[in-house]
Design a protein around this ligand. Structure first.
Ligand code: PEP
Ligand code: MG
Length: 585
């Protein structure tokens, strides 16, 4: 749940091992193929005053050539390319037109007389620093897009079309483990079709493109390894464990054999899990559990369907709004929401209204909050920007005619926010009525339980809402006063703390008593290690990343709900965090 910082450990048998953040599960054994980084081999020189224009033209030409290359790739995607790939390539080609890259780099050539490569890497450095201090993980990681686009232009400037993997693939039949500083979507595309066992990068986090694309290619990946490129050589043998994020360099035969065994067992496990896709999620004592999917973009609905999800438990709509200069229009939002609702064919689709503000700032919003996590975010932001909220609500209402829509409000802490939301929905309905546009009359309204205040005083909220969804990521952060993005206190971010569990239990009990549905949609819901505990708290609805769904289903089917309820109830009154081993079968 927490990103571990890279760890390097020499093991007793002098085998080097490292740990980063495992973002795609699975075990790979193969040989290192190091990917080059053009930015590191750049020449720096000053140009004469009369050569400034020609140098700017050289830069503009390279930007155009790189853009053509990307557009070409996007237009000729292979049929089996991951669905995200086209969008990612388009984002990169758009970045090449952005003035922060084109104009400001030219300015450096004009003002400082840098050669184009030097100007480009200098501007890249400035932009990287700006992205690095962004509070929001997703936006911070978009700095990687800028870096990757710059790498591409540098390659064009240097006249080198040769990419990347230096290792002579003819030398081995073993899978190649690609080791890189970072991997752009375009590079990922060029790597497709190869015998790649895993992707390892110095940089990146769970929402980096390496992670997104590797996930869609189902290739194990570990990111954020710090400096793996300096620690391994071409042809080294590596073991990669995408579940734990560990990487072992040139392991002895005994360790290799052990991991070959684990690799085979993992493959058997996945095959067996696949069989569970259509099996019911019912505990041994007959409690039926709903397993739903969390998505961030409409395209991900396919993965949800492939995993057999009972519905969409959380569509984080803010991803439609971020990383772009203008807000999405009502029409654009309507198309996105409608596509998900239609694809789910009548199964419930829970769309969370815009959860931005302060740390997850929209482009162009320069407000700096004193304490972003406690600032004007989510529903507070929406109520303070009624036009943005009204546009989203109209789009949601219009999309509701295609299935079962549930509207979820993030960061609710006061009852007057619920009333104001209902009023905003009523106004949006009135506007659509005036336009003669249809919407469903059975839309449920629910709230995220992620601020302790609402969990403590839950009863009136249960009363006035149709459903609840517990956002454990934030609930843990606010209950334990631990910034969820701050590595310094990451060890204190404890999902099993009795205070957290009691708040979850309170919420579930209150919802049950009122006969209202309640789900958990934070990361805990997809962590199969805590499935039994959540069942013991009485949870019957889970929402998670589609990739985690079958692991959780397996746990549900092996659990005895009543026995777990007794054990967990006893643990709630203890001072220390619950010991999961006591819940094992
Ligand atoms: C949560 O807080 O648990 C949650 C699901 O919302 P997010 O992670 O988007 O803040
Ligand atoms: Mg949250």
């Amino acid at each position: 749940m927490i990103a571990p910082s890279p760890v390097i450990t020499p093991t007793p048998c002098s085998m080097l091992s490292m740990r980063g953040q495992g973002v795609v599960k699975g075990i790979a054994i193969g040989r290192v193929a190091v990917m080059g980084a053009a930015a590191l081999e750049v020449v720096h020189y000053r140009i004469q005053s009369d050569a400034v224009q020609a140098e700017c033209d050289r830069l503009t030409g390279a930007l155009a050539a790189a853009r053509d290359e990307l557009q070409n790739m996007a237009a000729n995607l292979p049929d089996d390319a991951p669905r995200e790939m086209g969008a990612l390539l388009t984002v990169h080609s758009m970045l090449l037109d952005d003035p922060m890259l084109a104009k400001q780099t030219c300015d450096l050539i004009i003002e400082r007389h840098y050669n184009a490569e030097w100007a480009l890497t200098t501007q890249g450095q400035t932009l990287s620093e700006q992205f690095a201090v962004m509070e929001d993980d997703y936006i911070r990681e978009r700095g990687a897009d800028v870096r990757q686009v710059i790498e591409r232009v540098l390659r064009v400037l240097s006249g080198s079309t040769a990419l990347l993997v230096n290792f002579d693939t003819a030398q081995t039949d073993e899978p190649l483990i690609v080791v890189a500083r970072d991997i752009s979507p375009a590079d990922m595309l060029r790597l497709r079709g190869g015998r790649f066992g895993a992707f390892l990068t110095d940089l990146g986090g769970p929402t980096s493109h390496t992670a997104i694309v590797a996930r869609s290619m189902n290739v194990p990946a570990v990111v954020g390894l710090g400096n793996i490129r300096a620690l391994v050589r071409e042809g080294d043998i590596l073991i990669v464990d995408g579940s734990t994020g560990s990487v072992m360099v040139n392991p002895p035969e005994a360790v290799l054999n052990e991991y070959r065994r684990r690799q085979a067992a993992y493959a058997d496990d996945r095959a067996e899990l696949g069989l569970l896709r259509d099996a019911p999620a019912i505990t041994l004592d007959g409690v039926a559990v709903k397993l739903q999917a969390n998505i961030e973009l409409p395209e991900e609905v396919e993965a949800a369907l492939a995993a057999g999800a009972d519905g969409i438990g959380l569509f984080r709509s803010e991803f439609l709004f971020m990383g772009r200069p203008e807000l999405p229009t009502e029409e654009e939002q309507y198309v996105a929401y409608a596509s998900v609702i239609k694809a789910m064919s009548g199964r419930p689709v829970t769309i969370r209204t815009l959860d931005v503000g302060a740390d997850k700032a929209l482009d162009g919003d320069v407000t700096v909050a004193t304490n972003p996590a406690l600032g004007l975010r989510a529903i507070r932001y929406c109520l303070a920007h009624p036009e943005i909220f009204a546009t989203q609500l109209r789009a949601l209402l219009r999309a509701s005619v295609y299935g079962e829509l549930r509207i979820l409000i993030p960061m609710i802490s006061h009852m007057h926010e619920v009333r104001a939301t209902r009023q905003a929905i009523a106004s949006a309905c009135a506007e659509l009525d005036a336009r003669g546009v249809a919407y469903a009359d059975n839309i449920s309204l629910g709230a995220m339980v992620e601020i302790p205040a609402i969990a403590i005083a839950i009863e009136p909220f249960v009363e006035s809402l149709d459903f609840l969804s517990i956002g454990t990521n934030d609930l843990i952060q606010y209950t334990l006063a631990i910034d969820r993005g701050d590595n310094e206190v990451a060890d204190l971010y404890d999902p099993l703390h009795p205070a957290v569990l009691r708040l979850i239990a309170r919420t579930i009990n209150a919802a049950d008593a009122a006969g209202k549905p309640v789900a958990v949609c934070g990361e805990m819901a997809g962590d199969a290690r805590v499935t039994r505990m959540l069942l013991g708290l009485g949870l019957k609805e889970f929402s998670m990343h589609p990739q985690q769904l079958l692991d959780v289903k397996k746990e549900v089917r092996l659990a005895h709900s009543n026995a777990l309820r007794v054990k967990v109830a006893a643990a709630l009154n203890r001072a220390d965090s619950i010991d999961l081993a006591t819940l094992a079968a």
